[in-house]
Design a protein around this ligand. Sequence first.
Ligand code: ADP
Length: 464
Amino acid sequence: MLNSIKFKLLIWLLIIFSFIFTILGLFLDYELEVVIFDQLDRSLTHTLQTVGNPLIMEASHGQLPMELWELANITTGIFSERLSGHYYQITSLKGEVLSRSPSLGLADITLPIAGASAIPTFKTIRGPNNVPLRLISQSLVLPDESTLILEVGVTLEDTYTVLRSFRDIVIIVFPAIFVLSAIGGLIITGWSLRPLKMFSSKIGQITEENLNTRIEDVRVARELKPLAESFNTMLIRIEDAFQRQQQFLSDASHELRTPTSIIKSYCDVTLSRERTANDYKEAMIKVGESVNRMCDIINRILIVSRLDNKTLKLKPVRIDLMEVMKDVIKIIEPAAANRDIKMSLDGRSVVIRGDTEGITAVFTNIVENGIKYNKPGGNIHINVDEENNQAIVTVRDTGIGIPSEEIPKIFERFYRVDTSRGQTVGSGLGLSIVKGIIEAHGGRIDVESAVGKGSTFRIFLPLS
Ligand code: ADP
């Protein structure tokens, strides 16, 4: 639940909306109150002047008592109805009520008497019937130097009703907006996540039988296209790896079948009747050869799988490639002589850091191939050199050559050029091991070849 995108979105919306709505609501409420009270105070000031000016004028004509009497006895308008919510009251400095609007008089209520202040003073008080009242008061100095205090009040009931309605609207509308946004957000999230459900159901259906499944691009939202592409690329890689694995298994069993069949047929033929000790010995020698071949294939398979999962242990030491090549020549000399192939070596001493066993295996394999795929009377020339901080060993033979379209494939596991099959003994694993070991040393291998003329293998290794 806590981990769900929808839940997080909801929480985020809740935080953002609560924050915005609280700030906005408080701000609008405050502003509305300020505007309404400002309006109210203006209207009160206006009423104060409407009541006060005639008082001063009439006082200058000696008509003050008459004016006070009229103010207390008007019969029309908002001040004439009992407790209408609109009031005025005139008091002397001593606190004696001289006149009050009929709205007060009819109920026989007086307003709290304000202090004398020449400038209008506003306050909010509890008025008749405990109703909130906005009150303006000002002292008026009459022509005879006497002072009256004039108070005008208006009920705040309507104002508070307006403010209450506004707050009610805010309390209903803002959460409604939140709910709508949350629903919209959840629907959009649901929609956006639907392709992920499709992904997961597709992934769930994938088995080794349908590794060719792909996500169709057209049905995926633009934002998820990279994911679909990565997913498809991953499937292509898995399918490829799986096929290679299958191929590896079938090639490995195929390669092991030949020596196994040889062993079986020797055993069957030898045991079919009584044999001389010599016959048994010969059969054992043949069986031994096939067992050796099987051991060789199994060892190579082991090296390939260790190279694959990077568990082949290399012990890097300083190696002089010239010395390695001399040793390789020594090992291979008898086989070369057997096929009447001459070997030559030139160049200089070049030192690299590498695993002696691995590097020797690499060059033994390449030079052995130079003999295996050579013509009787041919030759192999080896050169050891360095250039641009790299050791370069060139092995050039005058053998059968490799068709150009086959060159990229000869480093694949178990791959053998058709012309080699049946002609020479081999597993097709040698060059894939060679490439793996060279790359594990940070180097690379190049091949140039011409059918019928020979091949040149160039090995580049970083200098020590
Ligand atoms: P293997 O020699 O056991 O068949 P490799 O992996 O060493 O396996 O070589 C793969 C294939 O590349 C060989 O079967 C052969 O067809 C071809 N090849 C390798 N080296 C040479 C060479 N020097 N001249 C011609 N073909 C070669």
